[in-house]
Design a protein around this ligand. Structure first.
Ligand code: MN
Length: 239
């Protein structure tokens, strides 16, 4: 019995080779796992379940094959695909999960997150996050045509790239105080998240106990995945 964790695949039309690698990963590795957790930003952009882009079809089909074969696939919203909804669940057989989510991972209470909500030093980002996650903004966005939505998404992405260039790496990383607070709140000694694209296992101390924060890498260069079973967890790059 094993579980796989991945995040930040960022599937899109700019890098078809990542989609191919992702489909291969589902067919060859994920199929042997009991559960697969995708912790946000599976898609570079998701403009709504009613406007699935052609470049996403192959990945969705492969996810459906995997879930049909008996592997449970859980998908968390990231900051780019937070509009994934019930339509996506029906197409893919995946189950959307909340952020944060507390699970029992082979005996260890473990908190799963995308990670962007922990980047509290980046106040500009946190403000934008609040706007994009508001029902009013989402309702207005989904009422626009698919072309308009793509255009708006493109605009947001360019602006955020531009702003990131002027921010320090530290500001865009998670805030260690925010990490400690949420782990203490949920009484866990293990946190798994993505978003920062900085794969690592950080040892820490929570309520006097040894704890770990495992950060998943992305798929553009790192091919990162975390494999967990009764023996423990291993963070690795796919071959
Ligand atoms: Mn992200």
């Amino acid at each position: 019995m094993s579980s796989l964790f991945i995040a930040d695949i960022h599937l899109g039309n700019e890098h078809p080779e990542i989609s191919q690698r992702f489909v291969r990963f589902l067919q060859q590795q994920a199929v042997a796992a009991e559960a697969v957790y995708i912790l946000g930003d599976l898609f570079e952009v998701w403009i709504g379940d009613d406007a699935v882009q052609p470049e996403h079809q192959a990945a969705i089909k492969a996810l459906k094959q995997l879930t049909d074969s008996g592997t449970s696939v859980y998908v968390m919203h990231g900051n780019r695909d937070f509009l994934l909804g019930q339509g996506f669940e029906a197409l893919s057989g995946c189950q959307l999960i909340s952020d944060p989510l507390l699970i029992e991972l082979h005996g260890s209470p473990t908190l799963l997150m995308h990670g962007d909500s922990l980047c509290t030093d980046d106040s500009e980002y946190m403000q934008m996050r609040q706007q994009l996650r508001s029902p009013a903004w989402q309702q207005q966005f989904l009422a626009a045509s698919a072309e308009q939505r793509l255009q708006i998404a493109h605009q947001y992405r360019n602006e955020s790239r531009h702003r990131s260039q002027n921010k320090s790496l530290q500001i865009m990383d998670v805030n260690t105080g925010a990490v400690k607070t949420i782990m203490e709140q949920h009484d866990v000694t293990q946190l798994i998240h993505g978003h920062t694209h900085r794969p690592a296992v950080h040892n820490m101390n929570i309520k006097g106990q040894t704890a770990q924060r495992i950060v998943l890498g992305d798929w553009s260069s790192q091919n990162s995945s975390l494999h967990c079973d009764e023996q423990g967890c291993r963070l690795s790059n796919l071959e």
